[in-house]
Design a protein around this ligand. Sequence first.
Ligand code: NAP
Length: 287
Amino acid sequence: MEEKILDGKALADKLNLALQKDISQVVEKTGIKPKLVTILIGEDPASKVYLNMKKRTCAFVGIESEILELDDHLSKEKIIEEINKLNTNDKVHGILLQLPLPKSQSPNTLKYIENLSPEKDVDGLTPVNKGKLYDYNETLAPCTPTGIITLLEYYNIDLKGKEVVIINRSNLVGKPLIFMMLKRNATISVCHTSTINIESHMRRADILVVAVRHPNFITKEKIKDGAIIIDVGINRVNGKLCGDVNFDDIYEKSGKITPSPGGIGPLTVHFLLHNTFTAYKKQLNYS
Ligand SMILES: NC(=O)c1ccc[n+]([C@@H]2O[C@H](COP(=O)([O-])OP(=O)(O)OC[C@H]3O[C@@H](n4cnc5c(N)ncnc54)[C@H](OP(=O)(O)O)[C@@H]3O)[C@@H](O)[C@H]2O)c1
């Protein structure tokens, strides 16, 4: 029987190994290690768990990583000053602003992103990199959608002519994914909290991407027979991680399905490091 699970973890392990090899070859020539700095504003235990995972993977592939912890009481001007220091520090090649920001700082999210150097913007969120994506240039594209596309391509799932339904319209997931899917000739619907009769959209999907922050949001009566299900959600229920899809309920009816955890998460981390290496090579004029 054909494999049903879209194994993001196994693919990410493979890609990380290849990245490790590429980085060590380049570092041997340049004598300079790529460096990623993550800005963490405020105390968020969930973010710290992700950051430790990213730190371990950075060490594995040969990227130096640092977490810049900033107090959430700092003024907007002071935080922008810290961002600018990283922008002009030539030892830093990638900068990631850990999102979401704490409530007191969240109105400043776009302002901080606008101040990141587009050359170091490894999650592709600055206006410059968003604009490039609009023109189908994916050089520094957001990591989660890049992970989704890479997983589909690895399993030879052709997007051309497919009905794709994305339940999410955030800057991190849904919006960039629209351009990546359009580039590959899919027909796309984007659903959100104001969508009327969302079930009718879900049942039409050949490929359903869900990232809503609700465990068990997708159950078998909501999908079409053989639909490909991409579960981006990461939720914590009674101390255990789970996605937005009721995996056991939906498994038989789906055509292919990602687990969560172990699906898109490890690919997101991989592409953060991949983008850091891309940014590093560009900054060092290495071709
Ligand atoms: N696997 C990974 O690496 C990875 C990476 C990034 C995010 N995530 C996970 O993905 C999820 C989403 O992240 P995000 O940053 O994009 O979150 P977000 O900004 O909160 O976006 C959630 C989206 O879901 C929509 N939504 C929520 N409830 C809905 C409902 N009942 N019906 C229809 N649409 C609904 C929202 O609609 P509105 O726009 O109308 O509010 C919004 O567009 C989270 O669980 C996050 O942890 C995982």
